[in-house]
Design a protein around this ligand. Structure first.
Ligand SMILES: C[S@@+](CC[C@H](N)C(=O)[O-])C[C@H]1O[C@@H](n2cnc3c(N)ncnc32)[C@H](O)[C@@H]1O
Length: 323
């Protein structure tokens, strides 16, 4: 009989959670941003677009550390636990279905619209859609714009450079410190823009940073998606963050309303596999029925950067903002 081997304790650094994923992913992008700034880039929008160009051709893959169960013959046993090492690699994107253009980008990509597959040409850009909604929703009376789960601040810069107001404070609320650091580096390049970062957790929203602001426009873009269950009083807390609150969510909640199409069914499976949110609609509806908020718009699967994770949109206001 072979000797029993004990697995070497591997250096598991970070537990596999959605929060840790982004802490690492934004940290890699921080290095990217810093290297462009070191080369003399001074325009945050150019930096973000340069990074987008890179990411059209390369995808970020986080390294994992595995622990295996012991086996008699020294071979690898079953995976007992896995974690993120904290490192990541840029890997060339593989194009299975469509021909690659000389630019290195697939000639088409797969999107979806209202439950049906949609094949769109290379360079169709849907990433700027949420920012344009926010710009058009902005009213003169708004004194600040708050991004809930802002990542590296992409949407805030999109809003500003797409005609967003200049006289407001932009708050980038983000859980990952590395994401906030990227936002701060980019914001430092536009001193005329009043952009502030703040730690923000959808699981325990705290708006003490909004003290003194009266008319608030908030939004979230695929960040509530990352939180399996939001608290029952989530919208009530947001609604009482200031006297007047208007909020728009760009979140993949279509499957929470109907799983009638194969795409919605895939979206439901994706949420389950990734431990993504499953109670946005239920909590929103309870807050609407309880008259904590007025839902003024709700539509599912309006655009899809990822075919099986289409974005749905909900807009609500607190009672004061709707009167
Ligand atoms: C898909 S990214 C979207 C980032 C940004 N909204 C955008 O559209 O570029 C998801 C974001 O949600 C953030 N996130 C994850 N868990 C969170 C939590 N508990 N509270 C707030 N944000 C969270 C991640 O750190 C990440 O920045």
């Amino acid at each position: 009989m072979g000797k029993k081997t004990t697995p070497k304790p591997s250096a598991t650094v970070f537990e596999v959670t959605n929060e840790n994923f982004y802490e690492i992913a934004w940290n890699v992008r921080l290095q990217f941003v810093e290297s462009l700034i070191a080369k003399g880039e001074t325009n945050p929008y150019r930096i973000l677009k340069t990074m987008e160009s890179w990411e059209r051709r390369y995808e970020l893959v986080l390294d994992k550390v595995m622990n295996y169960s012991p086996t008699d013959d020294g071979s690898r046993g079953n995976i007992l636990a896995q974690g993120y090492s904290g490192n990541a690699q840029w890997m060339p994107r593989q194009h299975e279905r469509f021909e690659t253009l000389p630019t290195g980008v697939a000639s088409f990509w797969e999107s979806s619209l209202r439950g049906a597959e949609l094949v769109v040409p290379a360079y169709t850009d849907m990433t700027g859609i949420p920012a344009k909604w926010v710009v058009d929703l902005c009213r003169e009376e708004h004194d600040c714009i708050v991004d809930l789960g802002s990542g590296l601040g992409r949407n805030i810069f999109e809003i500003y450079f797409n005609g967003g107001p200049t006289e407001v404070t932009y708050f980038a609320g983000e859980f990952a410190e590395s994401g906030r650091t990227v936002t701060e580096k980019l914001a430092a390049l536009v001193p005329e823009l009043d952009i502030r970062t703040c730690p923000f957790n959808h699981r325990k929203p705290d708006f003490s940073f909004l003290k003194g602001y009266r008319n608030v426009l908030m939004f979230s873009c695929h960040s509530i998606e990352q939180v399996d269950i939001i608290p029952d009083d989530y919208f009530e807390t947001l609604a009482s963050a200031a006297e007047n609150v208007t909020c728009i969510h760009f979140e993949p909640f279509g499957f929470q309303i109907s799983t009638g199409s194969p795409i919605s069914k895939s979206q439901q499976n994706l949420a389950h596999d990734k431990n993504w949110n499953t109670n946005f609609v239920e909590v929103l509806e309870a807050s609407r029925v309880g008259k904590k908020i007025n839902v003024v718009f709700m539509a599912t699967d309006l655009f899809a950067i990822d075919k099986i994770s289409p974005t749905s949109v909900a807009i609500w206001q607190n009672q004061a903002a709707s009167s």
